[in-house]
Design a protein around this ligand. Sequence first.
Ligand code: ARG
Length: 246
Amino acid sequence: ALISSTVSLAADKSTLDSILDAGEMKVCFDAGYMPFEMKAKNGGFIGFDIDLAKQMAKAMDVKFTPVNTAWDGIIPTLLTGKCDIIMGGMTITAQRNLKVNFADPYVVIGQTILVRPELKDKIKSYRDLNNGEYTVATKLGTTGEAAVKRMLSKAKISLFETQADAVLEVSNDKADAFVYDLPFNALYASQNPDQVSHLEKPFTYEPLGWAIRKGDPDFLNFLNNFLRQIKGDGSYDRIYAKWFKS
Ligand code: ARG
């Protein structure tokens, strides 16, 4: 009994301890998702998640190590220990929550729709898009894919590895619409006003949260208290304003 309890203590070591031992926090995200994470011209990464991750690493007095990962494999990458946490605008869903733990939501968004400008008088809501004559593009493995399959089941779906390729389908008239997270769509529409028209009203409810491996209450407790602190002391608001207000 003594031996087995020692072994289980060792196995229960929190990710928090391995971060401190290593002197670095390895953060998984998938760059290209504006304004949360983007590749900078100098090869580094910038964005809302990146600034929050840097602030968190600073609070632990460790180095921030970016781990840019394809979205489709991001949960397996966390579960196999290649990163310590996912900070990638991940929607907290019941299905994902069976595999990972989420800290409390750090922002709430929803899916919105970009349509070809010619369709803007015909398509006023997601319901108008639920029709076999329309093709809807979105990103593989996202809640955009889930929302299209669930709520636009009559439309044709066209899936892409990256959000950039998916949204280009609308710009290039190969798809009628693109479904994705509101912040990305709002920025894309403001940068490409002649190519897309934005239906700004979200049609899903999506709290975003940081994901960690299950069974780690110490790390979860750290994250929720860190979030409460930055929300209260003004640093969250400052970082939010930097990336969400133009
Ligand atoms: N919120 C959506 C989801 O959880 C999309 C997130 C995409 N994030 C990214 N870093 N590319 O599926």
